[in-house]
Design a protein around this ligand. Structure first.
Ligand SMILES: [Zn+2]
Length: 270
């Protein structure tokens, strides 16, 4: 039986204002930050946690986030570095369905998609202030259809192509040996963080957008993109407690200071 391996797949970068990254704290001004996905080679199959953003989508819908992404920084490009094809991935786990976490799902058409029950419900009918966050619906034609029904608009034919097999879950749970999902709502309704236990090192706790950066954790400061800020702060505290309890190392979702120190694919953690 092979040991579990974790690969960090570089997904390029985006820009937001510092006041969005550190809500009501700042400082303001352009902040360029990384996005990435996590590939887990596990005895039960290959899992990908989040799939980054789609360059064309961001250029079309959110060009002010100034995407920088090479072909190599797409999901197919990163998998190719590991001599893998999209069809080699068995499971996609989405922390949530904001565009910078699900843009690559559309390449992984044969994988089963795992997400929080609530997240799949809300992304079809988000709050008005969440519309840009939930703007990339290429991960599911069914969700895109539900959204266009809600808005009474015609479905973009480009979205009528693919709906994966979904497996929705809720609560904190170990979805495969050593792969844990922890509920961390606030940023979105059904947000999950993930911990992976490895043989030769401390567990890795991927915060996803419950905590953008080390600085967010140090300041107990959430990002301004959220559904429920009070729940968001509780989730920050929960992550801190989980890291202490499991002696886990925290890996932040959008941290320009920490990301350069992460081992990127083809390197891995085991
Ligand atoms: Zn994000």
């Amino acid at each position: 039986m092979a040991d579990t391996k974790v690969y960090i797949l570089d997904g390029g970068s985006l820009v937001i204002d510092g006041f969005h990254a550190f809500w009501n704290r700042g400082p303001g001004g352009e902040l360029r930050f990384p996005t990435y996905s996590v590939l887990i080679e596990h005895e039960d199959g290959r899992y990908i946690f989040d799939t980054g953003y789609d360059y064309d989508h961001v250029q079309k819908v959110l060009p002010f986030e100034k995407p920088l992404q090479t072909k190599e920084q797409t999901i197919p490009g990163q998998l190719e570095k590991l001599n893998l094809k999209p069809s080699d991935v068995n499971y996609v786990i989405n922390s949530h369905y904001h565009f910078d976490h699900c843009g690559g799902n559309k390449h992984l058409t044969t994988a089963c998609t795992i997400c929080h029950t609530k997240e799949l419900e809300v992304c079809a009918c988000p709050q008005p202030f969440e519309m840009l966050g939930y703007s990339d619906l290429t991960f599911s034609s069914d969700v895109a259809k539900e959204r266009s029904d809600q808005l009474k608009t015609a479905l973009d034919p480009e979205l009528d192509i693919f709906t994966p097999t979904f497996e929705t879950v809720s609560g904190d749970q170990e979805i495969a040996k050593g792969i844990w999902l922890f509920e961390t709502p606030g940023h979105t309704a059904g947000h999950y963080s993930m911990m992976v236990e490895l043989k030769n090192r401390r567990p890795m706790l991927f915060t996803a957008d419950a905590c953008y950066s080390q600085k967010s954790m140090d300041m107990m400061c959430i990002a301004s993109f959220h559904l429920d800020p009070t729940a968001g702060v509780e989730s920050l505290k929960k992550l801190k407690t989980l890291a202490e309890k499991h002696d886990a190392e925290l890996f932040y979702s959008h941290d320009p200071d920490s990301f350069p120190n992460y081992v990127k694919a083809p390197g891995f953690y085991s």
